[in-house]
Structure formats: C-alpha cells, structure tokens
Unconditional design. Structure first.
Length: 576
C-alpha cells in the first residue's frame, strides 16, 4: 500500500502541475482570487515545513475528484458547476489547508460557496455573508476565516466543532491491534465523485449509528485472513454517506479519481458493510496498481456480460469486478469456516458459492476476450490459482443449489434484456412454427442492445430463506410485508422457487406468462423450474431466441404459443 500511495501522490502532483499551467494561461482566470501560482508557492512552503501535511492534501480523495473535474472543464470536456474562477480557485483552499496542517503563518484568499468556506481535509466554516471570496489567516496559534465584518475562529483541533465551524470527523475501527480510521466526509462539495454535493452534516444520532456500524464491521474485516486487513485499513481514507439506493445489493462505490474514498448508503448491517469494505478496498488497490502497471489494452466497449451487474460492461470493468469479488469470495470463505451450523453458516455458504461462481465466470471472459499485457496475464493467472482452490471446496446442497440457480437467473435476465435476435432469421423461425415445418438449420444471431434493467426479487428471497427461515415462512404464509430495496411483496411463483417447490413454481410462472408474455423474470423463472430436457436446455442457453420467436408469433392474430412447447420445438435443432 505504501508503494501504491506513492504512485497516487506522484499522479496527483502531475495533475496539479498541469492544472496550474493551464489555469495560469486561461484568459478568464484568476477572477477575484490571486493567481493559481500563488497557491502553488504556498504548497511549496507547506511541504518544506511538513511533507506529510502536503501528502495528506494530495491524497485526500476530494482533491483527486476536484483535479479531474477541473482539468476536464478547463479543456472543455465537462460542463461547469458555478463560475470557472471559483472551481479553479479551490486550489487556494487546498493550499490553505496544507499550510494550516504544516503550522506556517500566512494569509490567503479562498472561494466561498453557498455561504461556506471548505478547507479540504479539515472542515467547513459558515460565513453569514454573501461574499464570493473570504480570507484564511493564521498567525501564531490563531486561525480564522474572515469575510467582511465576520470572523470564524477555528479550534486548535480542526476535527472539533466550534461556533461557525464544522470539523471533519473520523470513524474508528480497532480490533486485534488493527486500526482503520477514515474520515466520514459529510461536508466537502467534491466528496461524492458522482456529483457535486452541498454539505449534509450528520446529526449526532446518525453519526453514532455510523460509528457503531463501522466499528462492528471493522471487527469482522479484521478477523478474516483472506484479504490482508492491514492493507484494507491503509487504503480506506474516507467514507462518504450518500442517499443512493441500489438493488439487489446495498449501494457502495469507489473511483480511480478518488483514491481511498468509499461511497456508502448507511442502511446496512455490519456483515454486509464488512463485505462492502473488502469489495471497495479491492477496487481501490487495483485502480492504483493499474496507474503504475498496465494490465489490459483497450477493453472499453460496453458489450460483455458481468454476472454481478445488470448492464453490459467493458472488459476493464470486468477486470475490476473479478478482483473485487475475489476478495469478497475470500471474505465469505473465511466466514463459512468460522460459522456455527445454522442460518449464519448457510448464509456464508450461499454467498461464498455465489461469489466464487461469479468471479469464475468473469475470469473466463477476461481470459477469452481481453488483450492482456504480460503483467496482466501473470496477474490473472495468480487470481485463477487462488480461485481454483476455492472452487474445489464443498458447500451444503441448499445454499449451493440456490446460488447456482441465481447464477443462471442473472444470465437469463441479462440475455433477454440486452441481446436482440436478428429480425429476419427470427421471422423465418416463426414461419416454420406456424407452417408446422422443420425449424431452420441455424439459430438467429444476436447483437448487444442495452436496455434499462429491472429489479430482481429472487436473490433477496434466497437470502431471506437462509438467514431468517422464520421470516421467510411468514412471508410465504402471507404475513410478511415485502422485501427491502423498494420491492413489493414477492410473487407466489418466486416464493415457491425459493422454497424449493419447483412444480408449484413452474405452474406459477406459466400463469404469469399467460397474463404477460413479456414478463422477462417469469421466462427466467420458467427455465429455473423446468425439469431437465430440451426445453430447459434451450431456455438456459438461448432465452433471447425463444423470447424473440414468441414475440414474433404474437404479431399475428391469436394467442402466442405455449412457451415450453416452443422451447422444446426449438430444441429439436440444438444440441447444447
């Protein structure tokens, strides 16, 4: 991690130097602020006094977000948020923070945004004024933010709150001597790399809830030994609470532009949070590694199947997912070995089986399609060695079966949503069905045409059955109130599938397709519930073809054919 952090520091310095050069020559700058080189010289003064202070600012995740956004804006590649001088002028706030941490006396102008001055990595001063520019002044031990007649005096410990000042606080996790203490950033406008955000200060109760969940999650991270917990702690520098929802997984995200930052939706349990921390730490490490060592050439086309995403992905994204889910697989393998028999063990077994299969699928795609560098080949083959050991581990039958079904389910839904069968061959197959002749010799070809994915219910039902058998039984009896993630009460067929009653599930999915022949989730459920045979084989391997032919047949008067009979007929020409 020290090597990766050094690389990220060099990267930030290169970007910062480029920004100063471009901004210094821009005709619309510096506006009401001093020239950008003044901030550069203040940074040099701070580094001469305290290199660690400048490092802290260079490696502060919002600094990376701001640098990349600002450079794209200066090059005309991204629309702005507010005046250009204010965005570029954030450099003066970064330099002021570095100078404060270094303990040097100075006076410098900084931009004001929505009545506040953000001092990155330190905190936010509220300025009860409409000024666009304020001053940060430090003499001796006193630091203040000045705007006209108003003054906000900063406390000696910047993380503490004071009148007019919100300090950036830290979460703390410590277990077995392993510490992780990232900032919880609810203030910086650049803290969320997905969009600019105004300050959203957590209340005391919310803050305590985050601290409690993080402390419990860090204990779980520290106990596992498949991914070095000290390395995880070393690369988590900030946690950003965000309101984004995601389904079926809780929301978490990281970005190469924000080294060390994790966006998290706080509504999650410690075990899920621990797995998310491992997952995002893997992303952070790999992004930093790829800045230093090229692993893959090209790979930007969003056409490939990723078994953990509902949309087509580029090969570079697939590489990120494989590495992240390799870590998550290891986390759940460790949990499985430690868990006592019961719901906790069943849950760990399910997650382990699911994640190792997803990782193996993504790895096969990379090894087949990616143009890898020699280092990239070495990297993937080392991942393959680790994964091979886990693929050989035995898993109890029910968690293994549910995980296997969900691997099929995800792929089925993906293919039906995003693969379009070629129209003319599809029409030929439909004519052959109507005329009761032999099927054509070849299946229609397909092309990737991304559409908006839906929200699957079956993964949540599988997890509920294993983690909370009593709650699952209540839901099956009609006494439950629905599932998390904004999904309504589940369909009866999905409940029967999750319970292992495939005969009842098959009847339910048939009924759903009679009511709505375009119900993609029901087509997938049909494939999962069918017994082995030609119809199941076709639906598992070519669901988009069966659906396309069925739709073509429905363009003529009359009702569409029975989906199972159609799939069985298509199967007379396939042997897969």
């Amino acid at each position: 991690m020290a090597e990766l952090r050094s690389g990220q520091r060099s990267r930030a310095m290169l970007l910062l130097h480029a920004l100063v050069d471009i901004a210094s020559a821009h005709p619309a700058l510096p506006g009401p602020l001093p020239p950008p080189r003044d901030a550069w010289h203040l940074l040099i003064r701070a580094e001469n006094r305290s290199p660690a202070a400048v490092d802290r600012l260079l490696l502060h995740p919002p600094t990376g977000v701001w640098l990349n956004r600002c450079l794209r804006r200066l090059r005309g590649r991204e629309p702005g948020d507010g005046p250009l001088w204010s965005g570029v002028g954030h450099l003066h706030a970064i330099a002021a923070s570095a100078a404060l941490l270094a303990g040097i006396d100075f006076r410098g102008a900084v931009p004001v945004r929505e009545g506040a001055v953000m001092l990155p990595a330190l905190g936010l001063a509220r300025i009860p004024d409409t000024a666009d520019v304020a001053e940060v002044v430090r003499y001796g031990r006193k630091t203040a933010v000045l705007s006209g007649p108003y003054s906000v005096t900063l406390p000696a410990d910047f993380s503490e709150d004071a009148p007019g000042w919100h300090g950036l606080r830290r979460l703390r996790g410590e277990h077995r001597g392993i510490v992780c203490a990232p900032l919880v950033d609810d203030l910086d406008p650049y803290r969320d790399f997905l969009r600019i955000r105004d300050p959203e200060r957590l209340g005391d109760e919310e803050w305590q809830g985050w601290q409690e969940r993080f402390g419990n999650a860090w204990r779980l991270v520290s106990e596992q030994r498949q991914v070095d917990p000290r390395g995880i702690g070393a690369c988590l520098s900030s946690v950003v609470p965000v309101p984004y929802d995601a389904w079926p997984e809780p929301f978490s995200a990281s970005s190469p532009e924000a080294f060390g930052c994790v966006l998290l939706n706080g509504a999650t349990d410690p075990l899920t949070l621990a797995a998310a921390l491992v997952h995002e730490a893997q992303h952070i490490k790999l992004s930093a590694l790829m800045d230093l060592v090229p692993l893959i050439e090209g790979g930007l086309e969003k056409i490939h199947y990723a078994p953990w995403r509902l949309d087509p992905r580029p090969l570079r994204g697939l590489l990120q997912g494989v590495y992240a889910f390799l870590g998550v697989t290891g986390f759940w393998w460790d949990r499985l070995r430690r868990a006592e028999p019961g719901p906790a063990r069943d849950t760990a077994a399910f997650e382990f089986a699911l994640r190792r299969a997803q990782t193996a699928s993504g790895l096969r795609t990379l090894l087949t399609h990616a143009e890898l560098t020699p280092r990239g080949e070495e990297f993937l083959h080392r991942l393959e060695e680790r994964l091979t050991l886990w693929l050989a581990q035995r898993v109890p039958s029910v968690p293994k079966s549910l995980a296997s079904d969900l691997i099929h389910d995800h792929r089925l839904v993906h293919r039906m949503r995003h693969l379009a069968a070629d129209p003319e061959p599809t029409a030929q197959w439909a004519r052959a069905w109507r005329e009761r002749t032999d099927p054509p010799g070849e299946l229609p070809g397909t092309s990737v045409r991304p559409t908006r994915p839906g929200a699957p219910a079956r993964p949540a039902l599988a997890r509920l059955r294993l983690a909370d058998p009593a709650g699952f039984a209540r839901l099956g009896d009609g006494r439950g109130t629905g599932l998390p993630g904004g999904v309504d009460a589940p369909d009866r067929a999905d409940l029967d599938w999750a319970a292992g009653d495939t005969a009842a599930a098959l009847r339910g999915y048939r009924a759903r397709l009679e009511a709505d022949p375009d119900d993609i989730a029901a087509w997938a459920g049909l494939a999962l519930s069918l017994p082995d045979g030609a119809a199941r084989t076709v639906l598992l391997n070519h669901p988009e073809v069966a659906l396309a032919v069925h739709r073509e047949l429905r363009t003529a008067p009359g009702t569409g054919p029975d989906p199972v009979a159609l799939a069985r007929w298509i199967g007379t020409r396939t042997r897969e």
